[in-house]
Design a protein around this ligand. Structure first.
Ligand code: ARG
Length: 588
């Protein structure tokens, strides 16, 4: 379906043409005087310069040309040359009936679907998920769903950090503890055990212990670096350990992401890109892009228009070791080969922006991806505690994701228990569903690039701009619809009719914005626009609900029309929370 603003602009274009003016001037916006009209056109003001006429004269003749239009109930020219447009009630309800009859609620699929890869999550293997990874997961999941809903083929990749010194550290620490394991015996020829020599709980203790030791003991660190090197060179026993570490970690990560309703299509990692490095580097050398600088192999990526210093992209250190940059470049090579994406979106902490500027430029310069491949960096800000500083545990340590979610769920549970009597089991279940909305909405309602304050109290409140408020609204609609059914209402064949009061009209107008909001959210990779919209929509609904006795509507046809309006509102809200990555319970 066309966007309602486009339909209105189309009507205005006709009128401009009829009146003898260029239809280019016919643009329409939402009115900034909603008390007077719903939409307005300021084109006469702009046209005045070209036609050397007073804007009001132009506005007057456009208004005249609109006389027979069925879209508008009233059209007024206002000095100095505004055109105020009041839409016809039947046009509005006609539009909503169109949405109601469409499974996509009036939002057309992209005409030319793209293949889009989203790189998000980015957890580091063997290290517990912490809140820093929470934002990437939440934002990335939403952007994925928004792009998918727009009709694109979207592939989400978790891009594990599985290729760093942390691997060597774990291997070393294991070796110290259990030197007799076959993984450390270079002469060992047999098959390695199926079972990992550690549990996830042990692994989570091994890494921090090793990391702490390496900071104090230079020889220990040296040994870990050597182990990392040997692992990367393909030492058999270490490779087998890497597989164990990956398997144990990934099982745990999957459980964590599942709790967040975050799903990846690919569980690839930095280690998958390694086989592509030697060839890629050789080509960059052969084609003259890479050169030696102070012992390292680099590609220059600065541009004349840079206002900030963009250092060369480093491919290999002087000892021949590859870096984070090299891995990301090789991952591009791999992705182009296996998936041919039109676009790759990286959802990563904004402090890594320079890294991605270098990687994107280098990839383009060296032809790793075609001219028409788009690289997008969606950098997010820091999640802070109430003190405005990066989120910490009460003891001052790095906050683990699981504990944070637990905190939210406990708080939610308390609030749910207070709301009405229910079984412990039901309370826990609802608290889980609503708690997730609190976390996700609390994050997504902010523009991604901004830092924000994680405020358990505010996020779990059922009032204000929060996830629980949105869910309460949906649950309220569900319960009215249930009551309607219990009263024998069926609403068969009832169309949405002309509005009966101002708040009903306001709700209808909000509903018409759905397709336009979704389109913008996709184009700008901006889930916060969906949040802002459902907050407005929920407010419009609640106002309507408080001012109108829906089930008490006397006239049967009008009552059924309102029921349909409620169903449509519920569907729109549900489509929105679905792209945000959470859902509503039946009752709260
Ligand atoms: N593992 C990285 C980190 O924890 C994030 C990875 C982001 N994605 C990428 N392609 N570099 O900082």
């Amino acid at each position: 379906m066309k966007k309602i603003l486009d339909l209105i602009a189309g009507e205005m274009e006709k009128a401009f043409r009829t009146a003898g003016y260029d239809p280019e001037y016919a643009g329409v916006t939402l009115s900034n005087r909603p008390d007077l009209c719903e939409y307005q056109c300021n084109g006469a003001l702009a046209a005045a310069k070209e036609y050397h006429k007073a804007p009001i004269m132009i506005a007057d003749s456009v208004v005249e040309a609109l006389e027979s239009s069925e879209l508008f109930e009233d059209v007024q020219s206002v000095k100095p040359g505004f055109i105020n447009l009041k839409v016809h009630a039947d046009f509005l309800s006609g539009y909503l009936n169109g949405m109601y009859g469409d499974s996509r609620l009036g939002y057309d699929k992209a005409g030319q679907p793209k293949t889009i890869m989203i790189d998000y999550g980015g957890p580091n293997v063997a290290k517990p998920l912490h809140v820093g990874h929470l934002r990437s997961a939440i934002i990335g999941e939403s952007v994925k769903r928004i792009a998918r809903f727009a009709g694109h083929k979207v592939i989400g990749d978790v891009h594990l950090g599985d290729w760093g010194l942390q691997m060597g550290l774990i291997i070393m620490e294991l070796k110290n503890r259990e030197p007799k394991l076959p993984y450390f015996d270079e002469a060992y020829e047999g098959a390695y055990p199926e079972e990992a020599p550690f549990t996830i709980a042990e692994l989570e203790e091994i890494y921090p212990t090793a990391s702490a030791k390496s900071k104090e003991d230079a020889a220990y660190k040296e040994a870990a670096m050597q182990a990392t090197f040997e692992l990367q060179q393909g030492r058999k026993g270490y490779q087998a350990l890497l597989r164990h570490i990956l398997k144990v970690s990934v099982t745990d990560l999957k459980r964590n992401y599942e709790n967040l309703k975050v799903e990846f299509d690919l569980w690839k990692g930095e280690s998958d890109a390694q086989p592509y490095i030697p060839d890629m580097v050789q080509r960059m050398k052969d084609q003259g892009f890479a050169h030696m600088s102070e012992g390292a192999l680099v590609v220059d990526v600065k541009e004349e228009t840079d206002t900030k210093e963009v250092p060369p992209c480093m491919l290999l250190k002087s000892d021949g070791a590859s870096l984070y940059t090299t891995t990301d470049l090789a991952t591009i090579v791999e992705r182009m080969k296996l998936y041919r994406p039109d676009e790759i979106i990286y959802v990563v902490d904004k402090r890594q922006e320079m890294h991605f500027v270098q990687v994107f430029r280098c990839a383009k310069k060296c032809g790793l991806a075609g001219e028409d491949t788009a690289f997008k960096f969606l950098g997010f800000g820091t999640m802070n505690g109430k003190d405005g500083k990066p989120f910490k545990t009460r003891e001052g340590g790095v906050m683990r994701l699981e504990y944070l979610l637990k905190d939210i769920n406990e708080e939610m549970l308390k609030k749910i228990r207070e709301s009405r009597p229910m079984s412990e089991e039901e309370a826990r279940e609802i608290a889980g569903v609503v708690g997730l909305s609190a976390v996700k909405y609390g994050d997504l309602s902010n523009q991604a690039s901004k830092d924000y304050i994680f405020d358990v109290d505010r996020f779990t409140s059922s009032e204000g701009n929060t996830g629980p408020y949105i869910l309460y609204t949906i649950v309220r609609i569900k319960s009215i619809l249930k009551k309607y059914e219990e009263q024998g209402g069926r609403g068969d064949g009832a169309e949405i009719a002309a509005y009966g009061n101002e708040s009903e009209k306001a709700l209808m107008l909000e509903l018409t914005r759905f397709n336009s909001v979704m389109e913008t959210a996709y184009e700008e990779l901006a889930p916060h626009k969906v949040c802002a919209y459902i907050y407005d929509l929920a407010n419009a609904f609640n106002k309507f609900y408080h001012e109108t006795s829906i089930l008490g509507t006397e006239e049967e046809a009008q009552k059924n029309s309102r029921i349909r309006l409620l169903v449509l509102t519920r569907r729109v809200l549900e489509a929105c929370i679905d792209v945000l990555g959470f859902e509503a319970p039946e009752r709260m």
